[in-house]
Design a protein around this ligand. Sequence first.
Ligand code: HEC
Length: 142
Amino acid sequence: MPIRIIQHPKKASDTPLLISFLVLGLFLSAIFWYGDRLHAIDAAELTPQQLYNTYCAACHGYEGEGVESLKAPPLNSEGTLYEYADGTIQRAILTGGEIMPKHDQILTTTQAAEIINYMKTWWTDEQIASQALLSADDPMEP
Ligand code: HEC
């Protein structure tokens, strides 16, 4: 048998390929994550309850119970919100208060109205009825 010097072909390393996949994977994850974040803050797709939970609950509580330490008054049946007409409440939400931020850049008048109707689900029947009479003179903007 002749002696042969076997020339092993230089074996290509898998490492660069694996790194490419890893980088591509991270890149795609980042895009999906960021897309999801954008999606999460698209107020146009939120239900009234989600709007309230997103923009109001941190200060006023998830059940509208208010947060004393933040000086945020209750908006449920324990508070006095039902003593104000729809239009007054809507303007308060959109223009803000001394402490409360304004929301006119974040919410449309329609979304503010949706939030108000959601908050009314916390009120008693009597509160809803008496507030409806008040609102006849000062209704919400659509
Ligand atoms: C950063 C905290 C904060 C956020 C966020 C916030 N509020 Fe307020 N809100 C307050 C405070 C504090 C007051 C009391 C008035 C003031 O000092 O601004 C108030 C007052 C109000 C009032 C008047 C209540 C009354 O009895 O006089 C309404 C209505 C109201 N908020 C609704 C909302 C709604 C609806 C949202 C969400 C779109 C919201 N607030 C978001 C803190 C907040």
